[in-house]
Write a protein that binds this ligand. Structure first.
Ligand code: FMN
Length: 207
């Protein structure tokens, strides 16, 4: 194998320190989860960092929510929500929605974000967010501080401005946000597509 990827950092140069066990997985997304809009609940927004894709078929994702959040009762009752993936433009709003409670403020009204129609759930999508993932809860698990909601993705909407002439999704245009151990970051340049490490470069083709 002449084509093995090699790390630029040699392990002999790396020293390690023990760190307090905690949520150090990084980066993760910080998303705006919209909920409510049915069963007497006004639409609300909650910022969530403990979220992730958990199954391809059926497509599923999870969110972990503390029971003391106002959104918790809404999500628990309606059994649905929308994960809205914010762009860098919405970084400040994303942080703000994680500082204020829907018990005291109307976060859509205060932020000026536009609630739009979802395709398969009653909670609104956030029109300004480039990706909107509509979810219906399948299971919930009380883990301790947080309840983990395992949900099926029942519809997805993306902003048309992210599609190229051939209808291909160009997420690099979205300017996505990442969250790493308490800090927000801007996602940088694309380094390659899935599988790029084993793809033959053009100059190697035919050899
Ligand atoms: C970056 C960020 C990530 C957060 N992640 C979570 C999370 O994963 N789960 C959670 O329960 N709260 C999380 N929070 C806190 C809630 O967003 C916050 O308590 C919010 O005010 C709850 O709103 P609500 O009372 O309207 O539901 C996060 C806050 C921030 C700023």
């Amino acid at each position: 194998m002449h084509n093995r990827p090699r790390s630029a950092t040699k392990h002999t140069l790396v020293q390690k320190r023990s760190f307090k066990p905690g949520n150090m997985l990084a980066p993760v997304p910080a998303v705006l989860v919209s909920c409510g809009g049915s069963q007497g609940f006004k639409p609300n927004l909650i910022t969530i960092a403990w979220t992730g894709s958990i199954c391809s078929d059926p497509p599923m994702l999870s969110v972990s929510v503390r029971p003391e959040r106002y959104s918790y009762g809404i999500i628990q009752t309606t059994q649905e929500f929308v994960v809205n993936v914010p762009s860098l433009d919405q970084a400040k709003i994303t942080d703000w929605c994680g500082m204020k409670s829907g018990r005291n403020v109307d976060k859509f009204a205060e932020t000026g974000l536009t609630p739009g129609p979802a395709l398969k759930v009653k909670s609104p999508i956030v029109m300004e967010c480039p990706i909107n993932i509509e979810c219906k809860i399948k299971q919930s698990l009380n883990l301790g501080s947080h309840t983990l909601f395992l949900a099926e993705v029942v519809a997805v909407q993306v902003s048309s401005s992210l599609l190229d002439a051939k209808g291909k999704l160009r997420l690099e245009k979205a300017g996505l946000l990442a969250f790493a151990v308490g800090q927000y970051f801007a996602l940088g340049r694309s380094l390659g597509r899935f599988g790029f490490s084993i793809k033959k470069s053009k100059k190697n083709v035919g050899r």
